[in-house]
Design a protein around this ligand. Structure first.
Ligand SMILES: *Cc1c(COP(=O)(O)O)cnc(C)c1O
Length: 360
């Protein structure tokens, strides 16, 4: 077996130990004589898998009983609609901070349901930083403030939690949930697609304050009402059972690593090594303001972009996969989520130095 270094932005690397456990259990889960994929979601066996996953996530993030934890389908992209549907209420207005492509998409979708007022946008600066609290202008009619904690494509991460000035704070944490400790109590609603830091694609975690449930816009589909899912323990219909199970294995793996605080130390070291290598060279560059550099997604360019294809080909030959930047920005991007080991980052840093020696 040879597992290569995988810097994919998503679906992203999963811990090898998790895949090995899934492999060991795939035909016969814990002596029951069937696969998790073949179980009824209503069976006692599967309900135990689902509730253990929820409890482990609650433990990892210290989520209190004031919050419902939902496991939904439709990806983070469906949350771009579910948030306004459930949060806009009579005000029919949401405030958004625009820091990149994912915030832009969330804004576009929210406009289908009401008004969007920008609290701040760094688009004129090509999304290379997050705005400061002092820059935020939140419309008094806004029912909530939405932001993206980590812009996966631009590699821009907030280094503070915005003060929504008395309104509910909503965060898309798809690409940095569980990467470092954060106090859930600062948020009314958190959502994250699984395929970056939680598990395989197909499931989306929503953490929502229970007191906010039950006020969706009229006429919306049943599946767009958080309260429906909260009341049904995310089993209003058949959930993506296998993705939920794998997410649970990832949560157990993360606990075994020492939890979120311990993995945050590793993440800080990994990202610091990569940014140091970029900054020390005149060959590679990262455009993001230093205090907003993402610890999960590290985009970088080569001074001579005609070398991009060669860089990617040689990286792949050196077992370093999926380093191509997003098609909208070009260049390179190394996504270094929790499951990407420090030794993978070391291998990348070594390759970058060697490539620069030959082509710089
Ligand atoms: C990946 C990503 C999304 C989209 O997730 P889907 O599950 O593909 O809908 C949204 N927001 C952020 C920050 C992401 O990284």
């Amino acid at each position: 077996m040879s597992r290569k270094h995988n810097f994919s932005a998503g679906p992203a690397a999963l811990p090898t130990a998790v895949l090995e456990q899934a492999q060991a259990e795939i035909l016969d889960w814990q002596g029951r004589g069937l696969s998790v994929m073949e179980m009824s979601h209503r069976s006692a066996e599967y309900v135990s898998i689902a509730t253990a996953a929820e409890q482990d996530l609650r433990d990892l993030l210290n989520i209190s009983d004031e919050y419902a934890v939902l496991f939904l389908q439709g990806g983070a992209t469906s949350q771009f609609a579910m948030v306004p549907v459930n949060m806009m209420g009579d005000k029919r207005c949401g405030a958004y901070i625009n820091t990149g492509m994912w915030s832009t998409k969330a804004i576009k979708e929210a406009k289908r349901f009401g008004d969007v007022c920008l609290a701040a946008s760094t688009e004129p600066e090509s999304f290379t930083r997050a705005p400061s609290q002092a820059e935020l202008q939140i419309d008094s009619n806004a029912a909530y403030l939405h932001y993206t904690t980590n812009e996966t494509i631009g590699g821009v991460q907030f280094d503070y939690i915005p003060d929504a000035q008395g309104r509910p704070l909503v965060a898309d944490m798809s690409s940095d949930i569980l990467s470092a400790p954060m106090d859930v109590n600062n948020f009314e609603l958190i959502y994250a697609g699984a395929q970056k830091n939680i598990g395989p694609a197909g499931i989306t975690v929503v953490i929502v304050r229970k007191s906010l449930l039950g006020n969706p816009l009229p006429g919306m589909p049943t599946m767009y009402d958080y309260q429906v899912h909260a009341k049904a323990d995310s089993m209003n219909n058949t959930p993506p059972t296998y993705s939920w199970y794998l997410a649970g294995l990832v949560f157990k793996w993360l606990k075994a690593q020492g939890g979120v605080a311990a993995i945050a130390e590793v993440n800080r070291r990994k990202s610091a090594k990569l940014y140091a290598a970029i900054d020390a060279s005149g060959f590679y560059a990262n455009p993001v303001a230093v205090n907003n550099r993402s610890i999960m997604n590290v985009p970088f360019t080569l001074v001579d972009s005609s070398l991009d294809a060669k860089f990617l080909a040689e990286a792949e030959a050196a077992d370093l996969l999926n380093l191509q930047g997003h098609r909208s920005v070009g260049g390179m991007r190394a996504s270094i989520y929790n499951a990407v080991s420090e030794s993978s980052v070391d291998a990348l840093v070594e390759f970058m130095a060697e490539f620069e020696r030959r082509w710089g």
